[in-house]
Design a protein around this ligand. Structure first.
Ligand SMILES: [Zn+2]
Length: 420
């Protein structure tokens, strides 16, 4: 460790000579702040991050090892770039189009009605603006849902790292074959997006037959082994599988679909779903507003690697209800944070989502929420070798929480600034 620091100091010392000889020594930045939250180690005071001009971390250590005149010093806390674990870039054009707090079923009907109502140019402009917004807000990677290929052009530009979830639903067994065929065709196209990954995934227990869930799970097991499933966003989703009653039965009928594939008798939607999935597939369960303590225990015990993705602003937009976050914290569940789409959110900003959680549950330590928003998201999306924490060898991006010099301080007025 000391040897490595000495070598680094020597390189730093030699850096002004970089123009003198034939060997180009990379430009380096030494960046410090009141606190450095690496997401791998305890928060550092008087720390310094040394990185190259591309943002690759070379060293994380003490600022006292370096000449203060060579250090960029910021007031506040530096954290790794945010990972947005759940988004639908393709729905960006619906910003402000759907009324708030009308419930999930009304929301889903609006999405279906509006999905093809805009021009291709409007859709493209909205996605480009949404991506710009995410980058400005310190987001470096996205777990993004696609129902078709309309967002692939934007993703191909390669400004953000994406894992694309090709989302399938059938609403009845007569559409299972078509859903799978379309999904496989989309996967073939998604694989061509540079610097990104992709996998098939079922949309939600209420929109996918057990046959489609099993087959999608099997196909994903042969690939990147990551599923992202909307789960327990609304109370009646549990009733659908416990009693075969509630608003989702009516929804299926309204859509002209049969409910013959649904059986009562499960203890919850999650407990119905879990046996249909292989423990070897990583699972991102998204929303979890109506997950019970027993659901969390069973998923953690039998579900393999499970990540609980929370999208608080979208939950407030659609259902005006939040998950019991302290319960997940007490259980030691691995949380992640997502923005969901601009159809159900006013902005794509993970820091705003953290503020939302803190406003309702100030007792949750900021370190936990920052962990959810960085390394947990990177692990969930299989990107943690490069992203999610400030560690030598990674290129995580760096974000400043301006003026936040103590984690106990209120964050309600804290703004963020992207440093790298
Ligand atoms: Zn979603």
């Amino acid at each position: 460790m000391i040897f490595a620091a000495c070598i680094l100091l020597l390189i730093c010392y030699l850096s002004p000579l970089k123009q003198a000889g034939p060997f180009k020594i990379p430009e380096m930045r030494k960046i410090s702040a009141d606190i450095i939250f690496s997401a791998d180690t305890s928060p550092l005071s008087n720390g310094v991050i040394v990185c190259d001009e591309d943002g690759k971390i070379l060293h994380l250590g003490s600022a006292s090892d370096f000449d203060p005149a060579t250090i960029e010093k910021y007031e506040g806390t530096i954290i790794p770039g945010f990972v947005n674990a759940h988004c639908h870039l393709e729905l960006s054009f619906m910003k402000g189009a759907i009324p708030e707090k009308t419930g999930l079923i009304s929301f889903v009907k609006h999405v279906i009605a509006l999905r093809d109502r805009y021009s291709k140019e409007e859709e493209k402009a909205a996605m480009a603006a949404a991506e710009n917004e995410m980058i400005a807000n310190g987001i470096v990677a996205v777990g993004d849902i696609s129902n078709d290929e309309r967002s692939f052009f934007q993703k191909s530009i390669g400004r953000l790292r994406y894992h694309t979830f090709i989302e399938l639903f059938d609403l009845g067994s007569d559409m299972t074959g078509d859903a799978l065929k379309k999904g496989k065709e989309l996967m073939d196209i998604a694989r061509q997006i540079p610097k990104s990954s992709s996998s098939l995934t079922p949309h939600a227990p209420y929109s996918c037959t057990p046959q489609l869930i099993r087959e999608t799970d099997r196909l994903t097991l042969e690939g990147s082994k990551i599923l992202s499933i909307h789960l327990q966003e609304q109370e009646d989703e549990n009733r659908l599988f416990t009693e075969k009653k509630g608003a989702w039965i009516q929804f299926l009928h309204d859509m002209g679909c049969s409910d013959h594939w649904i059986e009562a008798g499960a203890k919850s939607s999650l407990q119905y779903l879990l046996p249909l999935l292989s423990p070897s597939n990583k699972k991102l369960f998204v929303h979890n507003t109506f997950s019970s303590a027993e659901d969390i225990d069973i998923a953690m015990e039998k579900g393999g690697e499970v990540y609980w993705v929370f999208c608080p602003s979208a939950n407030l937009y659609i259902e005006d209800r939040l998950p019991d976050y302290p319960l997940f914290v007490r259980k030691g569940a691995k949380g992640c944070i997502g923005s969901d789409s601009l159809a159900s959110n006013h902005r794509l900003c993970i820091w705003s989502e953290i503020k939302q959680i803190k406003a309702h549950y100030p007792e949750i330590p900021l370190e936990i929420l920052l962990t959810w928003a960085s390394i947990n998201g990177a692990e969930a999306l299989g990107m943690d070798t490069a992203l999610g924490s400030i560690r030598p060898g990674k290129k995580p991006g760096l974000v400043l929480l301006e003026g936040l010099c103590k984690f106990e301080d209120s964050i309600s007025d804290t703004q963020i600034k992207r440093l790298i």
